[in-house]
Design a protein around this ligand. Structure first.
Ligand code: ADP
Length: 547
């Protein structure tokens, strides 16, 4: 039901004949070199995280062919990105920029409009342009992964941390402009970026922030990576989660290394969920909590053992609560319900006083128990949180993909006030709909002082048409039901972008009309990532593309 229309002629851009396409691709090869333009003319291969395809969505939800590119191009310089954009305007061919395409669960490298030409920035534009140890910042190209940045900082022996998301193979730049998050005190990636360089849809080049002011003798501005807004409207925001430009450089702040202590707190009873949220709120608002902690249901203690679901439950359908209970009791955390993962920062004395406060606050919940990594066996998931929460990238989170055969996953991620009653309202919807569609529920709440990202990981078998259909139907129903209660997603898979964007409809869709006005002004030919985040350029609008 989620299949985009208009893909009856596969692997060609919309409104383009094979002959026109061949002619245009020939031109592109001439400018960029044969080796930097690849046609998508072979069978699609899903690969895996570190060898992911840039031809389609490896975690397909509808058909594998649905979100497919016609070709991939690899620019090596900013000038080449400008050239590609001008070429796209000339031929009216949509291009879809990706940094590294490890945006798994949100669409990966897949263009929203089938037959778009994917601009894979990451392969050749992968330089760390600068690390400024005094300013504690860096300037990177789209192809710099968390692993690469981490390794370079280690090589230079700098006392700096990066902030990595759960899995470290993605692009530092791509993740920040898609407003991804991590788990050190610098975990809000977009809030910690500083300065962008952008190729606009007409091929012009723009620097934001202090970068708009030339440095001495034409050098980069010395405060480009120091002060975010500079003068006038703060424009960076409109280049995040949008299709208004191709970001080719980004500044990012780095955190000076410090002491850290990760821990978990277990809670025995399911029904204490709202009370736990009520305790987290003031602790987060007072900034006693050192990072964005996670609250997870105990079912994830099973999933993070890297064993398949079949090791715990042999019949089909979701694992019953009783079965989770039985297996949890033989795991290190025991027969509990909710598990809170946190990390405190600073010197030993301040960490110890923070931990006392935290333990006391949660202590009002009967049976709450705090454990340190030293209390748990070396293979326990908490040890990988120690890495992530101190800026060391890992791949451990990929263990999810052992849960079912041919596993793929999809995220449902509404923003919810940090309040017990709101948490319960969303949780009840999600529990009911997971049961209706027959999926195990894996909730991870990333909790801040005023809101939390309630993230549900839907793990499905991508070889099963029925499971994919149910996963998509579950997504759509969760989006609709939570929106009716006033909760909206912070990010979504490309296939659900229209639906999520449409929930932000206050004032007769004032926000989308504003976005469309910007889109049409910057991209009159509608060549840049049409449909991304639900923003369609005039050329595509109202012609049946929205799903
Ligand atoms: P990551 O590998 O970090 O997950 P992606 O390359 O998948 O990042 O980026 C996430 C999404 O953000 C992409 O699907 C794309 O739509 C958008 N995006 C990524 N990089 C750029 C960029 N440099 N300019 C414009 N949009 C981008």
């Amino acid at each position: 039901e989620s299949a985009p229309r208009h893909h009856d002629v596969p692997r060609l851009p919309p409104d383009t004949t094979r002959a026109e396409f061949n002619q245009a691709i020939g031109e592109l090869k001439q400018i960029l070199g044969d080796q930097n333009v690849e046609l998508n003319d072979r069978p699609l291969v899903d690969g895996w995280y570190l060898e992911h395809p840039n031809t389609h969505d490896a975690f397909h939800i509808a058909l594998q062919e649905d979100l497919v590119s016609s070709a991939v191009v690899y620019p090596g310089t900013v000038e080449e990105v400008q050239t590609i954009v001008r070429w796209a305007n000339k031929h009216k061919i949509p291009v879809y920029p990706i940094s590294m395409g490890r945006n798994i669960g949100y669409g990966g490298t897949a263009p929203r409009v089938p037959g778009s030409v994917v601009v894979d920035l990451g392969r050749r534009m992968n330089r760390i342009l600068n690390i400024d140890a005094e300013n504690a910042s860096c300037l990177v190209e789209p192809g710099v992964s968390y692993f690469a940045l981490y390794e370079e900082i280690q090589r230079q022996k700098l006392p700096l941390w990066i902030d990595t998301p759960d899995v470290g193979g993605g692009s530092v730049l791509g993740n920040a402009i898609d407003r991804g998050v991590g788990y050190t005190p610098y975990g809000d990636h977009f809030a910690n970026h500083c300065g962008l360089e952008i190729v606009l849809p007409n091929g012009e080049l723009l620097r934001t922030g202090m970068g708009a002011l030339e440095g001495k003798d034409g050098a980069d501005n010395p405060t480009w990576q120091s002060f975010q807004p500079a003068y006038g409207p703060y424009s960076d925001g409109i280049f995040s989660q949008s299709n208004f430009g191709i970001v080719v450089r980004m500044g990012m702040w780095l955190m000076p290394e410090t002491g850290h202590q990760s821990y978990l707190i277990t809670f025995p009873r399911d029904e204490d969920f709202p009370a736990i949220i009520e305790i987290i709120r003031p602790l987060a608002q007072q900034r006693v909590l050192g990072n964005i902690p996670q609250l997870r249901h105990v079912i994830q203690e099973l999933a993070t053992t890297a064993q398949p679901k079949s090791a715990f439950h042999s019949s089909s359908g979701p694992i019953p609560r009783e079965t989770i209970r039985q297996h949890a009791s033989s795991l290190p955390v025991g027969d509990v319900s909710w598990v809170f993962y946190g990390t405190q920062y600073g010197d030993a004395a301040s960490i110890s006083s923070q931990l006392n406060l935290i333990e006391k606050a949660f202590g009002v919940i009967p049976g709450a128990q705090l454990r340190l990594p030293s209390d748990l066996p070396p293979e326990h998931y908490l040890h990988s949180r120690v890495s992530v929460c101190s800026g060391v990238p890992v791949l451990r989170e990929l263990d999810w993909l052992n849960w079912v055969p041919n596993a793929a996953h999809l995220f449902f991620s509404p923003i919810v006030p940090t309040r017990g009653r709101d948490a319960e309202a969303v949780h009840n919807i999600v529990v009911r709909l997971h049961a209706k569609y027959g999926f195990d529920l894996f909730p991870t709440l990333c909790v801040a002082g005023r809101e939390m990202h309630y993230i549900v990981n839907i793990v499905y078998d991508r070889a099963s048409v029925d499971e994919k259909r149910r996963a998509a139907a579950l997504m759509r129903e969760m989006i609709a039901e939570t929106a009716a209660e006033g909760y909206g997603e912070y990010r979504t898979h490309v296939l659900f972008a229209d639906m999520v964007a449409a929930t932000y409809s206050w004032g007769d869709n004032a926000l989308m009309r504003f976005n469309e006005t910007i889109k049409d002004a910057l991209d009159p030919n509608g060549i840049l990532a049409p449909g991304r985040n639900g923003i369609w350029p005039k050329r595509f609008r109202g012609k049946g593309w929205e799903i």
